[in-house]
Design a binder for this molecule. Structure first.
Ligand code: FES
Ligand code: FE
Length: 405
């Protein structure tokens, strides 16, 4: 599809309606998604506790790209392309590892953990290895959460850190640890997964387990007595009662979105679990359960659910035009021990069962959208945030590239 055809398609889009079929099926639009959004936005790669020792590394792959996220011998966390500077082979093949150097197994070129070429045997005499490094990717930390960005000059991450500092401090995520991490493959375009995450119109019919305890499944939860009661308790429990909303930003903040929005749990639930009772020790400096939960967002495709005793991080990435991945990380207190302080199955139950249900509805959505007879339909008021995502997406597709760089 030509650029002018894409722009016409954007201009033909009806307000508050789902997107045209081509946005989920056209290969040129998919390439534009990758180039304009994924190669320019801050993306969650992992938690620093996953690479605690010098030499530890893990891979973050999406849309045919692969990044090595490594802790150097100096303790610094860096990220670089998993593409050898000799003839382009993948270097690291396992999902994670620990080594003093990274060795390409094709011809044996060896790299330091900051990407510098350290050794290349039998090259010509005039070969200057000091001029060669793996391509670096920008890295920023948000309370121990590692974010990466491919752009040459990404939007400043300091705004995210500053904007969320007060809200995140009580959770002490820098000292949290990963209790479980799981990737869910989804046979659908990545946008259908993000749109689904951004609305709770489907929650009551699709998620009976979630709907038992979460007011978002029901309309009008950010007002009224229940909301006021949770906000009033937040301070006493050591939590912020602020709402932060810098979401789906245009240039110059593009791809560095951030939001923190606390809302009430219902039916005496104090956390996201099967019966609403605690599943892990209170995080950080939080003193008690306030009866609320937080929606967190950092960048356009990383979301979080913050409870008093655990945090669930969601990241959506494309694999191909019609397959995506939902990567979920469950964080608990750094000193919590599985089997003693929490039970991993109980901790992960709610968002595992909910994600399996989401995977099913998203995949059925793709199947329907693939139909030659699909036409975009009207959205409900409970899908306002999904529309925020869609309208930001459409603007991103239409604008000159420099406006979003
Ligand atoms: Fe890596 Fe040749 S491609 S050493
Ligand atoms: Fe859902």
């Amino acid at each position: 599809m030509l650029e002018k055809e894409i722009i016409s398609l954007v201009e033909a889009q009806r307000e508050q309606h789902s997107l045209a079929r081509e946005f989920y099926t056209d290969p040129d639009i998919y390439e534009r998604d990758i180039e304009r959004i994924f190669l320019r936005s801050w993306l969650y790669a992992g938690h620093q506790s996953e690479i605690p020792e010098p030499g530890d590394w893990f891979l973050f792959d999406f849309a045919g790209e692969s990044i090595i996220v490594a802790r150097g011998l100096d303790g610094e966390i860096r990220a670089m392309l998993n593409v050898c500077r000799h003839r382009g082979s993948r270097i690291c093949l396992e999902r994670s590892g620990c080594s003093k150097r990274l060795i390409c197994r094709y011809h044996g070129w060896t790299y330091d953990l900051d990407g510098k070429l350290a050794g290349a045997s039998r090259m010509n005499e005039d070969f200057d290895k000091s001029a060669i490094s793996l391509r670096r990717v920008h890295v920023e930390l948000l309370d121990g959460l590692i974010f990466v960005n491919f752009a040459e000059q990404p939007a400043a991450f300091s705004a995210v850190r500053d904007g969320l500092a007060d809200c995140l401090r009580p959770y002490d995520l820098a000292n949290a640890r990963v209790a479980h991490r799981q990737t869910y493959p989804i046979a659908a375009n990545w946008k259908l997964a993000v749109e689904n995450y951004c609305e709770c119109y489907h929650c009551a019919p699709a998620h009976p387990e979630y709907s038992r305890g979460h007011s978002l499944a029901h309309h009008g939860v950010r007002v009224g007595e229940l909301y006021e009661a949770v906000m009033a308790r937040a301070g006493a429990c050591g939590l912020s009662d602020r709402t932060v909303n810098h979401l789906f930003l245009d240039a110059p903040g593009f791809g560095a979105d951030y939001g923190y929005d606390r809302y009430p749990l219902i039916r005496d639930h104090v956390t996201g679990s099967d019966d609403g009772r605690p599943v892990a020790p209170l995080l950080g400096s939080i003193r008690d359960y306030d009866g609320g939960a937080t929606d967190l967002q950092v960048g356009p495709v990383t979301f979080g659910l913050m409870y008093c005793d655990h945090v669930v991080l969601y990241r959506f990435t494309p694999v191909t035009i019609d397959t995506a991945e939902c990567d979920i990380t469950w964080l608990v207190r750094g000193d919590a021990v599985d089997g003693r302080d929490y039970d991993r199955d109980r901790l992960t139950w709610l968002w595992d069962v909910t994600t399996h249900a989401d995977k099913n509805i998203i995949e059925r959505n793709q199947q329907g959208v693939n139909s030659r007879y699909y036409v975009p339909g009207p959205l409900s008021g409970m899908e306002d945030y999904a529309w925020s995502f869609m309208s930001w997406y459409l603007e991103t597709m239409r604008s000159p590239l420099r406006a979003v760089a």
